[in-house]
Structures are given as structure tokens and as C-alpha cells.
Design a protein around this ligand. Structure first.
Ligand code: APR
Length: 240
């Protein structure tokens, strides 16, 4: 019988909502160099370019709606009686929130948040950021950056994530290629803690051999079926 559930999500869960993934033929990292827009060095070299990259994404969130995979996770959190459901997302979009999930850890930051490097405050942010942005907390100009964890930076809430992984019986990984650490190692931690580990993807991820099994196809379908079965029976859907 399962009690606590951790769900790791990646760009693939939002793909069916029209947000491009990072690694595919048409993925974001084919259009922009990671070093330019997702490292502190790139930001220091060309802040305007980096602000604009995230401004564009933040603006586009208004048009994005959660898909059945996000909705399935929200339903799971609301209806699961046996224990806790935690969503750990690598995504910086707001689709888990829009779907109604509450117990969410944004380990790679959020588009709808900003961070002042001067006063070290993180706060909700809906507008564009630029080198002219003044921090509403300390009034210093030019130190407000997108609240995104870039390559080379420490993901958020690792202590809390580690606690959740070590206390879960069921670990689901949805729409992530499994190449970016530390998230790519979460399955091994959960597995060592005794959890059943299932991946949901279009194809085998880089870390698929660490999972007990995978369900392959669009997450809107596979995850919805899995959650329906789990809520009805308390059991994991068998590998098909
Ligand atoms: N259903 C299920 N899986 C899907 C779907 C779908 N509809 N569409 C795509 N996928 C899968 C792809 O097969 C791929 O394995 O989603 C995965 C997306 O992989 P990436 O683009 O690498 O995204 P992610 O794993 O979230 O990237 C991790 O890398 O660039 C950084 O910080 C960024 O958080 C991001 C991290």
C-alpha cells in the first residue's frame, strides 16, 4: 500500500500545453545557446538578452493552460487520502498552480518570481525585468534578475526534496529527459528508500534503467490513466 508520493516533472508535461521542451529537434536549446541565456556568465555578458529571453516566456504564460497531465496531478493531491503528494518540478512555468496543485517545489525557480541580488529577496513578479528595474524591497536599481536557477547554480529546496524522496513509497517522473542533475538522480534516491519508481515519457529517458518500469506515450494520456487507477484501487497501473 502506498503512502507518500513524489512526482518529478519536466518540460515534457507542459509540451502539450504549447510550451517548447529544451531538448528536441525544435527544442529551445536548438534556438539559443545554454551558455548565453542559462548561465550567470551569459547574464553578466549580456543582461539585456537574458532579461528579454525570460520576459518573452513570462508574457507567453498568459496564453498557456494546464493539460490533462497537470490536472491529473492536482486531482491526485486533492483525493489521495493515504499520505502526501508532492510535485517537484524542474519547470519554471505556472501550469501546476493553474491546474490547482498546492504542494509544489519549483527546484529550478519560477518565471513569476524575481530575485534581487542586492538584498537577496525573492518575490512574486508579473512584469518584465530589465537592467533598469528597481527592487521594490531595497530600492536598488539594476540588481533584479529572473528567479531562475541557471546551470552552475544550486537548485532550490534540496533539503526538503531529499526528505520527501527518502519518505516516499511511489516516485513518478513525468516528461523529463533525465540528463540534468541533481533531478536526474532523484529516482535512485527514491529507489534506495524503497519506492516503486515509474517514468512517463514519449521514449526511454537517459535514466530509464533506474526505474522499475515506464509508461510510454503522451503524458496527458498515460498519467491520467495511471492516476485514475491509483485513486480507484490504491495500486500502480501495471506495465503494458
Ligand atoms: N508526454 C511525455 N513526455 C514528453 C512529452 C509528452 N507529451 N513531450 C515530450 N516529452 C519528453 C521528451 O521525450 C523528453 O524526454 O519530455 C522530455 C523533455 O526533456 P527536456 O527538454 O530535456 O526537459 P527537462 O528534462 O525538463 O530538462 C531539464 O534542463 O535546460 C534545463 O533547466 C532546464 O529544467 C530544465 C532541465
Amino acid at each position: 500500500m502506498f503512502k507518500n508520493i513524489v512526482v518529478l516533472t519536466g518540460a515534457g508535461i507542459s509540451a502539450e500545453s504549447g510550451i517548447p521542451v529544451f531538448r528536441s529537434e525544435t527544442g529551445l536549446w536548438e534556438q539559443e545557446r545554454v551558455e548565453d541565456v542559462a548561465t550567470y556568465e551569459g547574464y553578466a555578458r549580456n543582461p539585456a538578452k537574458v532579461h528579454e529571453f525570460y520576459n518573452k516566456m513570462r508574457r507567453s504564460l498568459k496564453e498557456r493552460k494546464p493539460n490533462p497531465a497537470h490536472l491529473a496531478l492536482s486531482r491526485l493531491e486533492q483525493e489521495w487520502q493515504q499520505g502526501e503528494v508532492t510535485v517537484v518540478t524542474q519547470n519554471i512555468d505556472d501550469l501546476h498552480e493553474k491546474a490547482g496543485s498546492n504542494n509544489i517545489i519549483h527546484m529550478h525557480g519560477e518565471l513569476r518570481s524575481a530575485w534581487c541580488e542586492h538584498c537577496d529577496e525573492h518575490y512574486p513578479w508579473e512584469d518584465d525585468t530589465s537592467a533598469a528595474t528597481v527592487c521594490p524591497k531595497c530600492n536598488v536599481k539594476g540588481k533584479v534578475r529572473p528567479d531562475i536557477v541557471w546551470f552552475g547554480e544550486m537548485p532550490y529546496q534540496m533539503g526538503r526534496i531529499s526528505e520527501k524522496l527518502n519518505a516516499c513509497d511511489l516516485f513518478l517522473s513525468v516528461g523529463t529527459s533525465g540528463v540534468v542533475y541533481p533531478a536526474a538522480g532523484f529516482c535512485q534516491i527514491a529507489r534506495a528508500a524503497g519506492a516503486l519508481c515509474v517514468e512517463f515519457n514519449l521514449e526511454h529517458s537517459a535514466g530509464f534503467s533506474s526505474f522499475n518500469y515506464g509508461l510510454y506515450g503522451k503524458a496527458s494520456q498515460t498519467l491520467t490513466e495511471f492516476v485514475d487507477h491509483l485513486l480507484k484501487t490504491g495500486e500502480a497501473l501495471d506495465k503494458v
